[in-house]
Design a protein around this ligand. Structure first.
Ligand code: HAM
Length: 411
C-alpha cells in the first residue's frame, strides 16, 4: 500500500480530471460507493472459485459478526447500489463511473499493489453491440486524452450461459490429457474453473495449452453475431483491436464481449485497463434482468506509463517578498486578496533576508516576485520582478492586484 506524495499526485489529479471530463462527454455520471461491502456480494458476483475470492480478499468480521470485505473491485458494489436505489425505475439506461481505492491481497510487484486505485465505468441497460463499441470508444478516447499511446486493445467473447458450458466441456476434455503438464494451481483450476488455465502465467502451462480449443469456435449464433457486430462498429469508428481468444479474465461475471488494454511496458502486469459485458450479473444479485458492460483502469499502471512525462505541479503566480514588520503585514493582506482573485500567491512567513526570500521564490518557481520594504510602503510603489526574464519594474501598490491579475491571466 503506497503513499502518493506531492510531485506524484499531480499526475493522479490530471488522470482523474481527464476521466471526469471524458466520461461526462459520453453521458456518464459519477457514483461513489463505500469501500466495504458484505463479503457475500463479492462471492456471488466475482465467483467463489476465482483467485480474487479464494485468496485475495481482505475479509473481516465487524463487531456484530457480519463478514465484511474491503472491495477488490468496483463493478459489484456499483451494481449493488444500482439495485438498492432502484435506479432503473428512474431511467432504463444508467451510465455510471467511479474512482477510488480497491484492495487485493496479491504479491506486490511493479504495477501490482495491495491497495490500488481504479477508474471505472459501467453502462447498464443496453445489450446492443453498439454500446460495447461506445464503451470501448470512450476508453480509447481517454487514453488519447491522457497521452498514453503504447497500448493495444485486445478483445474476445466469452459466450453466454447457453454456449459457455459447451466450451467449458470442450476445454476440460482437452486439458484432461495434459493434466500432468499443468502446475498444481491449474490442476485444481481444471476441476473448479478450467477457463482460468488459459490465463496461467506459468510457461509450462502456456506451452501445454497452445492449441487449446478457441472459445470463438463454440459461440452460439446469438453471441457470434453480437461479437461480429461489435467488431463492425469498432471498424466504423476506426478503432484498431486484436482478437485474443485466450483472454478469459479473472472474474466470473463476464458474458459475451471482454477486453483488455495491454502494454508491453509494465512487465507481467500488462493490463492497464480491462472489462467486458456482464449480462446476468444484476439479476444474480437480486435486481432486474438488465444487461451491463464496463471497464476499470488501474491508476497506478497509468501513472507508471505516464512515467517521465509526469504532470508538473502548477507554479505560484506570485511570491511576496517582504522586508520588515509593516511590509510583512501589508504583503500578508495583499496575498489574501490575490488568492481571492484566483492567483496562486505565496510568501515566506518568517522574517528572512531578501536573498533568502528570493531563493525560496526561485525554489517554488514563482512566476513573479513582488518586493515590498519600508521604502516601497512609503513611496506607494513596490518592485515587480519577472522571474523568467529577470525584468524588474516599479508598480503602484494601488493598482498592483489588477496588474498582477492581468499579467497572470496572460501567463
Ligand atoms: P480487473 O481486470 O480485475 O477487472 O481489474 C481492472 C484493472 O485494475 C486491471 O487491468 C489493472 O490495471 C488494475 N488492477 C487490478 N489489480 C491490481 C493490483 N493489484 N494492483 C494494481 N492494479 C491492479 C475489474 O476489476 C473489473 N471490475 C473491471 C470491469 C468493470 N469489468 C466490467 N466493469
Amino acid at each position: 500500500m503506497n503513499d502518493i506524495l506531492p510531485g506524484e499526485v499531480e499526475t493522479w489529479q490530471f488522470l482523474e480530471r481527464e476521466a471526469h471530463r471524458i466520461f461526462q462527454l459520453y453521458g456518464f455520471a459519477e457514483i461513489r460507493v463505500p469501500v466495504v461491502e458484505k463479503t457475500e456480494l463479492f462471492c456471488r458476483s466475482i465467483g467463489e472459485t476465482t483467485d480474487i475470492v479464494e485468496k485475495e480478499m481482505y475479509t473481516f468480521d465487524d463487531r456484530s459478526s457480519n463478514s465484511l470485505t474491503l472491495r477488490p473491485e468496483g463493478t459489484a458494489p456499483v451494481m449493488r447500489a444500482f439495485i438498492e436505489h432502484k435506479m432503473h425505475a428512474l431511467d432504463p439506461i444508467s451510465k455510471l463511473y467511479y474512482l477510488g481505492p480497491m484492495f487485493r491481497y496479491e504479491r506486490p510487484q511493479k504495477g501490482r499493489y495491495r491497495q490500488f486505485h481504479q477508474i471505472g465505468a459501467e453502462a447498464i441497460g443496453v445489450d446492443d453491440p453498439m454500446m460495447d463499441a461506445q464503451v470501448l470508444a470512450m476508453l480509447c478516447h481517454y487514453f488519447e486524452a491522457v497521452g498514453i499511446d503504447s497500448v493495444e486493445l485486445h478483445v474476445n467473447s466469452l459466450g453466454c450461459r447457453e454456449c459457455r458450458p459447451q466450451y467449458r466441456e470442450a476445454l476440460t476434455g482437452y486439458l484432461e490429457n495434459r493434466l500432468q503438464s499443468l502446475c498444481a494451481d491449474c490442476q485444481r483450476r481444471y476441476r473448479t474453473n478450467p477457463l482460468r488455465v488459459l490465463d496461467c502465467k506459468v510457461p509450462t502451462c502456456q506451452e501445454a495449452t497452445t492449441d487449446a480449443p478457441s472459445v470463438l469456435d463454440l459461440l452460439c449464433s446469438d453471441c457470434d453475431v453480437h461479437f461480429k457486430q461489435v467488431q463492425q462498429h469498432l471498424q466504423k469508428l476506426g478503432i484498431s483491436y486484436t482478437i485474443n481468444a485466450r483472454m478469459v479474465r479473472g472474474l466470473d461475471y463476464y458474458t459475451k464481449t471482454t477486453f483488455e488494454m495491454v502494454t508491453s511496458q509494465l512487465g507481467s502486469q500488462n493490463a492497464v485497463a480491462a472489462g467486458g459485458r456482464y449480462d446476468g450479473l444484476i439479476q444474480d444479485l437480486g435486481g432486474p434482468a438488465l444487461p451491463g458492460i464496463g471497464f476499470a483502469m488501474g491508476v497506478e499502471r497509468l501513472v507508471l506509463m505516464k512515467g517521465e512525462q509526469g504532470v508538473e505541479a502548477p507554479r505560484p503566480d506570485v511570491f511576496l517578498a517582504a522586508l520588515g514588520d509593516a511590509a510583512g503585514d501589508e504583503a500578508f493582506a495583499l496575498m489574501h486578496r490575490l488568492q481571492h482573485l484566483g492567483l496562486r500567491a505565496e510568501m515566506a512567513f518568517t522574517g528572512k533576508s531578501l536573498k533568502a526570500q528570493m531563493r525560496r521564490a526561485g525554489k517554488l518557481n514563482a512566476r513573479y516576485v513582488v518586493i515590498l520594504g519600508e521604502e516601497e510602503l512609503a513611496s506607494g510603489e513596490a518592485q515587480l520582478r519577472d522571474m523568467d526574464n529577470k525584468d524588474q519594474q516599479p508598480v503602484s501598490l494601488a493598482g498592483i492586484e489588477q496588474a498582477l491579475a492581468d499579467k497572470c491571466r496572460l501567463c
